[in-house]
Write a protein that binds this ligand. Structure first.
Ligand code: MN
Length: 191
């Protein structure tokens, strides 16, 4: 399954040139993880990824995640990435996605999605366009909802913080904590 969904990812990249993972590595290891990567591509954005059935389901978030439940952040789906991508930090050379990537946040997460009061698996939640997760990151904690509001070729979702004890309308981690949680480096310090 993972192989098939990584076909887009692999077709877009020349692995003789980019240091990004090929997707041929080992499969899932334990508790599912999420990762948010800050990516200084042609336009700066944050890639939000959730481990689902052995791959990383991915959305590009131009403004990055918020800790304010009143903020709706646009999230545009991108191709599935290999699990190994969660640890990728470095510079993508000229070509697809060129620019610097750092691991802005990562940690385990729980799927809290329900349909009519019954828990449903994450792949179903993604297919239905409504996903509720509980994040245990270093910067992002607590509930988040991802909701699809547009389908088709301009498919688009919103990422919104749940109004729970981890919500904080004042905090703005995208601004105040720009560094990598893996290396402590900022984009400028990665080469
Ligand atoms: Mn990206």
């Amino acid at each position: 399954m993972a192989k098939k969904t990584l076909a887009d990812y692999q077709a877009k990249r020349d692995f003789r040139r980019t240091p990004e993972p090929t997707g041929e590595g080992p499969g899932p290891s334990g508790a599912p993880i999420f990762v948010v990567q800050k990516h200084d591509a042609s336009r700066l954005h944050y890639d939000f990824r959730l481990e689902v059935d052995g791959v990383l389901k991915s959305w590009a978030i131009p403004k990055g995640p918020s800790t304010d439940p009143k903020e709706k952040r646009l999230a545009v789906p991108t191709e599935d990435h290999p699990l190994a991508y969660a640890g990728f930090e470095g510079v993508i050379p000229e070509g697809y996605g060129a620019g610097t990537v750092l691991v802005w946040d990562t940690g385990p997460f729980l799927n809290l999605t329900e349909k009519k009061g019954v828990a449903i698996p994450l792949h179903e939640a993604v297919a239905h366009g409504h996903v509720k997760v509980w994040l245990e990151g270093q910067k992002l904690k607590g509930g988040y909802a991802l909701t699809r509001f547009k389908t088709g070729k301009d498919e688009a979702w919103l990422l919104v913080k749940a109004d729970d004890e981890a919500a904080d309308p004042q905090a703005d981690p995208v601004k105040t904590r720009p560094e990598s949680v893996l290396s402590g480096r900022t984009l400028e310090e990665i080469d």
